[in-house]
Each structure stands twice: as structure tokens, then as C-alpha cells.
Design a protein around this ligand. Sequence first.
Ligand SMILES: Cc1cc2nc3c(=O)[nH]c(=O)nc-3n(C[C@H](O)[C@H](O)[C@H](O)COP(=O)(O)OP(=O)(O)OC[C@H]3O[C@@H](n4cnc5c(N)ncnc54)[C@H](O)[C@@H]3O)c2cc1C
Length: 650
Amino acid sequence: MKEVLEKSLTMDDRPGPVAIAGRDYPPIERKAATFDPKVLQLLLDGLHAEIRNSVKQLVSQPEFRYYDGTDVATYRKQVLAWTKRLAATGIGRVFMPRSLGGEENLPKFIAAFETLAFHDISLVIKLGVQFGLFAGSIQRLGTEYHHRKYLPDATSTALMGCFAMTEIGHGSNVQSLETIAVYQRENDYFVLHSPTYSAGKNYIGNAAEDGQLAVVFAQLEVNGQIHGVHAFLVPIRDGDGRPLPGVTIEDNGLKMGLNGVDNGQIWFDHVQVPRVEMLNRFADVTAGGHYRSGIQSQAARFFTMIGTLVSGRISIAATANSAAKSALTIAIRYAARRRQFGSPKAGRETLILDYPAHQRRLCPLVAKAFALDFALKHLIELNETVHAGNSRSLETLAAGLKAVTTWNATQTIQTCREACGGEGYLATNRISALKADTDIYTTFEGDNTVLMQLVAKNLLSEFKDRLKEMRPAQMAGFFIDQRLAALAKRNPRHTFNIRPGHLRDADFQITMFRFRESAALFSAAQEFHRLTSKKRLDQYAAFARMQRELLDLAHAHVERVILERFDQMIATVQVQSLKPVLKRLCDLFALSQIEFNKGWYLEHGALTGLKSRAVTREVDKLCREIRQEAVQLVDSFGIPDSCLAAPIAL
Ligand SMILES: Cc1cc2nc3c(=O)[nH]c(=O)nc-3n(C[C@H](O)[C@H](O)[C@H](O)COP(=O)(O)OP(=O)(O)OC[C@H]3O[C@@H](n4cnc5c(N)ncnc54)[C@H](O)[C@@H]3O)c2cc1C
């Protein structure tokens, strides 16, 4: 990845009708913008523009032309060849530990991955399985022996691997996996076994065809005692690609999308795994048959191990936002060239982007793509500053942003499909592939609904810890303060002020988001207290009973963080010319979220009917303003034409 692409691959102006694949499209109409899209692209590219440009240059080569057939076997072969081609550029060095000559630069690796998601999503996932999940778990859960033995080949793809966690019987509830690894002292190995059909590993990437070695998660049993889920390195195929003795593999077959990835199921029948092949960073078994771990509680150990894999969630969120950006680029550019209906006086039909309904559908989603981009940059920084595995705030934000970003991608892509009418449904215009391939993002790397409950539980635990540190007298004062703060936020100055300057004031917007979060936190904390002390439910039953409150809290928290990061970005951006457009985008994000949640704000007295209507009018106005430079805004995403490859958007 040495060559740097000097100039943008996307933003050439194209006068006159464009004839592509035998069809004539009128030109995309760009109005004058208040900013230079190339400058905004530099802000989005951030520190890692060089690797982003290298990836764009590579995937713009003819060998990366999309596979547009329907034969799964051919598609899988193509994606494998692309994966190996990418590995041959040395991209694995970015990821490898310094001790093995690598750069160990995760933010740079995520930037490459995020850029790759402008191209084929099967390739993104294949690479994600190989580098992020397989090599990543060896790096984070293993020790030097495993790093030296496996990482060079894993990152060059000479050794293809799997991350085999999910089972037929257990997906979200990983702590209850059934696969078992029993230590046998006399032979110094583990016997790995799937005791039931439902213990079979399921949906495992690289399992159906290419995987040779798997990181297998199983319950560890030593001297008859179960120590919880641990990871083991298990060879699954021989040099000729045949399953090894004791290993049964089934192909998951055709999927809704991602058909370039070979997902499969795996069962183990008393497979022997040498003791040293247990990934032993957090726990080990001695040759004498003793279990050792610096972390005493089984649950804490499990969450520490899983916590180290948080970068997978961050990467998935980043690539989901790239897919949303691709769909928005296609839909906005099409809307800036497609005309339907119009006043007879005008002499020609109206651009669909000039319809308020169209602006209302697309402009808030453009604003949200920017908002999420900045929030994800913050998360990536946080991941660097926090030592993996011991930060609850990192885990909380990664889970929350993964859920919100992937849900947003699904919603954005669907809206863009509709915004392109029938053209949006044609495979040649790419939205169908984006839709099919990213749909599962809301489920894998942690199901979103389950992740959002984790976010809320972590917030409640933090809240409890804060209370624990206080003496009773302080605590009473604290509650009174919080109540007063909440009441103050509902003061008439805020409630009746409908001036545009006030609605676009960051202070007002952030206060509204914080109010919703703190009210949700108090309400959830009170409900938990009521269920556990008055109703005497145990923790599991109480949380199960209050899922609605938990999800409300998680959404309010993540949205508040996103808004604050956007505001922070505007405050710190060096290029003054970008501030006005960023502020407009931030206002649109903030006010459309307040509008979306207006029922809640009205219920809680934080909005009056009058002010709620003023917010709606301001959102309309912001959509009109954003529409003026909507094409340049999506241009600034910097997506190569070869990746968009949608005739309606070129
Ligand atoms: C294409 C693809 C690739 C994958 N790749 C891999 C891989 O390489 N390696 C790997 O290990 N796994 C992989 N997975 C598995 C993936 O991580 C799981 O599908 C995911 O964790 C969800 O598990 P599940 O499918 O069993 O759903 P379940 O956990 O059964 O969830 C089903 C539904 O129940 C809901 N639900 C579950 N628990 C609760 C609760 N407590 N409260 C409320 N609602 C709840 C969920 O929200 C969801 O809607 C892959 C899956 C797919 C489809």
C-alpha cells in the first residue's frame, strides 16, 4: 500500500448528458455550494487519508470489477481472490503487533476497512472474518507463542481461519454455549466435543470452504470443574481442503446477501487439542492440570475476554456508515437529475430533489451520516486511549454506536431505494446489493436489541457506582439536585422560546438531549429499585420486566453522545469555511431527533405544542438549505465512481 492517490477519484464535473450502458441520463445538477467538497472530504478522511486513497486506487483496478452473476461458487472464488490480493499489498502489517514487525495501528486498519466498504460488502466481511475475528482473537486472547506461530500466516492469508463462537442453540447468549473442552492430564490435551446437534457452530464465516484453522469457543472443564467459555485453536481441514477426522462441516447455503462469504456449521467429535493451543492471555491450564486466572469471577473473565474483541463492533459500525453513504450518494445524485411533474408555466418538469417530501426523506439522513461519522471517530480514539478489556465506557459506546449505526444504515438504504423509484430496484444501480448485504449488520457482532440492553445496564451500573461513593446525606442532596436540574430544564424560557436562533442554539439542543437521557436514567433506576426491593425480583427478572425502559435509556444516551461529538467537531474544526455547513448539518440532526421524539418531550413538558410545531418548521427549512448543497455533501464522502458503479449516480 505504498502509492498514494494524489487526486480525488470522484469529483469531476460532467457537463452534458451521460450515456451509460446504452441509456441517456441528464446531467447531475450541482448548485453553488458554500464549501469545497474536497476540503470537507479531507476532514472526513482524517489522519488516514493515505491508506484510504490506496484502498480506493486498488479497488478501482479492473480486477476488482463487481461480480454481477448469480453463481455462488464463482462469487465466493472471486471474493477469496480479492481477499488474497488485498493481503498481498501488505495490509496485514498495519494490523500485526510491533513485536512481529507490524504497525499495530488499529485506527489505520479501520480506516482501510471503512473505505473498502464502498466496494463489495462480501469482501469486507470475508476480510473482517480473516483479519478482525480470526487473527484479531489470536492477537487479543492469545500470547506470544500463538502470535509467532499463527499471525504472520493469518495476516498474509496463507492460513485461512474462522471465528467459531455462535452455535445453533445459542447466539446472543454466548455464556451458555454447549461445546465443551475437557482437559486430559494424562495426554496433556483438551478433548473438544459438540455433545448435541444444537452445539454445532453456526453461520461461521470461512467455515464452508476456505477455513483451515478455527478459534473455537467452548466451556472449559478441568478436573470435573467448569470454568466458563474459553477459546481454543482447532485445525478443521487438511492441506487438500477436506475436513479433518472428528470434524463435520455443513455449508449454510444461499443467504439473503453476503453470498461471496462461505458461512457454515461445524461439529466436533472428541477432537484432541494440545494444551498450548488454548488462547491463554486471561486464563491458563498448567501441565499439572491446574486452572489459573488473574480474574477470579467466571463472569468477569468472560466479559474481559469478550471486551477485547470490541474493535470488531467498531469496524462493523464504520463500514455500515460507509454503506449508508454509498446509498445516499446514489439517491441524492439521481434526485439531482431526475424530473417528474411540474408546472406548465415552468416549461420543464421539476427535479425530484426540489420536492420538500424528497428533501425530508433524504436530507436528515445525510446529516445523520455525518453525525455518526464524527461519533465513530471519537469511539476509535477512545479505543486507543483505553486499555482493551477494562473500560465499561468503551464497551458501552461501542455497543450503542454499533446498534444505532447499523439500524440507521438499514433505514437509509431502504429510503434511498424508494427515493430512486424503479431504478433503485435494478441490480445495476447497486442499492439492492447494499440492502441485501448489510441487512444482517443489525444481528451479527451482537444483536442490536441485546446490545442496547447492555448499554442501559452499564449506564445503570455506573449510576449505582456513583451513588455508592456517596454518604447518605450527600445522596439525598444528589437526588434533589438532579430533580431540580430536570425541573430547571423545563423552565419557561426554554419551553416557549420558538425563535430560530434559539432552536439552532447548540445549548438548547444539547440540554434537550441531556434532559431526555437523565430522565430515562432516573426512570430506569427507579423501576429497577421498585422491582428488586418492593417486588423482590432477582436482577435477571427485574431487567427482563423493564426492557422498554432500558431501550429508551440506551437510545437517549447514544443520541446525546452523537450530538455532543458533532458539536465538539464544529468547535474544533480548523477550516473556518466548513463551520457553517457543519452547523447546518448538526442542527438538522439535532432538530430532526427532537422532532422524532416529540411525543416524549410533550409528555414530559419539555416542549409545548407551539414549540413542537416550530421545531417541525425549522426542520423543513434546514432541509431546504441542505438541499442546495446536497450533491456536494455526498461528493465529499469521496466514493470512487468504480465503487458506486451505479449508472444513475455517475
Ligand atoms: C451472515 C452471518 C455471518 C455470521 N458470522 C459469524 C461468525 O463468523 N462467527 C460467529 O461466531 N458467529 C457468526 N454469526 C452469528 C451471529 O453473530 C448471530 O447470528 C448473532 O449473535 C445472533 O444470534 P442468533 O442468530 O442466535 O439470534 P438470537 O440470539 O436467537 O436472537 C433472535 C431474536 O431474539 C431477540 N433476543 C434475544 N435475546 C433477547 C433478550 N434477552 N431480550 C430481547 N430480545 C432478545 C434478538 O433481538 C433477535 O431479534 C453470523 C451470522 C450471520 C447471519
